[in-house]
Write a protein that binds this ligand. Structure first.
Ligand SMILES: *Cc1c(COP(=O)(O)O)cnc(C)c1O
Length: 355
């Protein structure tokens, strides 16, 4: 509240010193040269694609098992999302499928670090470099996640983050961030977020209005100090679930894996289970919140019908959409609460077997 009050005292509400300080701190945190605040994670993706010159008719390779904004950023520029399937064990882009999706129109590859675990970046970078393609990381769920000791957002041309309140680092409203090690891209991203305006009222390129506001930056600067301890607590909770599920021996539930050489930050703790929807409503009756990320994969969304995908095109994605359920994982969750969650899940499958 003190940080918020100081913003009101300054009356400097958009960009300004608070945002600049936040950009410096997040650049250090994400281990990148430049960090550029913007209006939301969705805008970060849009601005990243604009900075890389994505145009109508271009193709961008990405996944369909993600939040809508990953693909809509592509389509808003008149480009085509080329959806490829995920690896069933970590829900992230399957690197083995990338190369065959590349065409002369491919302009970029956009992996998502889903649920807080980094995608397989080395294999992807190798393909991208061979084909001279830039990579954009959708790191909206992965601030502080690591892959071989490199941070999310630091392993590609541009990393994109979101401060939507449900993310690991959540603001008191909307906010987003782009990271890059490239000076020219950084300059372009800074320009694009202010209508391409430099100096005032002289427009070099056509940009958008997508600025981080100082109130968000002030709140996020306070919270950033606690981020590692919160991420550690989420990881501890994930380990506890792992143990509790193993003890309960529920064969209908598959717990999430953490790949070797990853720092998973567990934005979500996502299990696979049979009869998911029934389990979800049962948990709701027992006062346990859970959520399905994501029930309809993007290639089957109504608004993307014109892309001509069908059920069956992305089997691992479609299976994940049927089986995934995310359980409470927030840092303050107690061991008793987790015991209760696992007990309730055991109960429904036990009843089932009794039938
Ligand atoms: C949250 C999220 C976004 C969008 O971020 P907003 O700040 O809500 O616009 C994009 N991609 C993924 C994977 C997300 O989880």
């Amino acid at each position: 509240m003190a940080a918020v009050e100081s913003v009101f005292d300054s009356q400097h509400f958009i960009l300004g010193p608070e945002v600049e300080a936040f950009e410096k701190e997040t650049a250090a945190y994400c281990q990148v040269k430049h960090s550029i605040g913007c209006g939301s994670g969705s805008d970060a993706l849009l601005l990243a694609l604009m900075a890389l010159g994505v145009e109508p008719g271009d193709e961008v390779i990405t996944v369909a098992f993600t939040f809508f904004a990953t693909a809509s950023a592509i389509t808003r520029l008149g480009a085509r999302p080329v959806f490829i399937d995920i690896s069933p064990d970590d829900f992230n882009i399957n690197p083995e499928l990338i190369e065959r999706a590349i065409t002369p129109r491919t302009k970029a590859i956009m992996p998502v670090h889903l649920f807080g675990q980094c995608a397989e970046m080395d294999a992807m970078r190798e393909i991208a470099e061979r084909h001279n393609l830039p990579v954009i990381e959708d790191a909206a769920q992965a601030i502080g996640a690591e892959y071989h000791e490199r941070r999310a957002g630091a392993m590609s041309e541009i990393g994109c983050f979101s401060f939507f309140p449900s993310k690991n680092l959540g603001g008191a409203g909307e906010g987003g961030l782009m990271t890059t090690n490239d000076d020219k891209l950084a300059e372009k991203l800074r320009l694009l977020r202010v209508h391409g305006m430099q100096p005032k009222y002289y427009h070099q390129i056509i940009g958008v209005n997508s600025r981080l506001d100082a109130l968000q930056a002030a709140v996020l600067r306070v919270k950033l100090k606690y981020l590692d301890q919160w991420s550690d607590a989420r990881r501890r909770n994930a380990e506890r679930y792992e143990k509790l599920f193993a003890e309960a021996g529920i064969e209908e539930v598959i717990t999430p894996i953490t790949r070797p050489n990853r720092r998973h930050i567990f934005n979500q703790y996502t299990i696979r289970c049979s009869r998911r929807d029934e389990l979800m409503s049962f948990l709701k009756q027992q006062s346990v919140g859970s959520e399905v990320y994501y029930p309809v994969p993007l290639h089957l969304q109504e608004c993307f019908k014109y892309l001509d995908y069908e059920m069956g095109d992305l089997p691992a994605t479609e299976q994940a959409a049927r089986e995934c359920l995310s359980l409470p994982i927030y840092p303050e969750l107690t061991e008793e609460m987790q015991q209760y969650v696992v007990e309730k899940i055991a109960e429904i499958y036990r009843e089932d077997r009794g039938k």
